[in-house]
Design a protein around this ligand. Structure first.
Ligand SMILES: [Zn+2]
Length: 51
């Protein structure tokens, strides 16, 4: 995967399933605005795509 390119990814809260789109690179994953849990990148849902 190429670095330095801005790439939108979806993050999801593992607790309440709140989702949000963020743009990489980022320093830290955001926390869920609903429950404060650290969110996880859910881009792996898209496994067919290759860069
Ligand atoms: Zn949450």
């Amino acid at each position: 995967m190429e670095r330095g390119k801005k790439e939108p990814v979806e993050v999801v809260c593992p607790k309440c399933r709140y989702t949000q789109i963020i743009t990489l690179p980022i320093e830290d994953l955001p926390t869920c605005p609903e429950c404060g849990t650290s969110m996880l990148i859910s881009e792996l849902l898209d496994e067919g795509k290759s860069y």
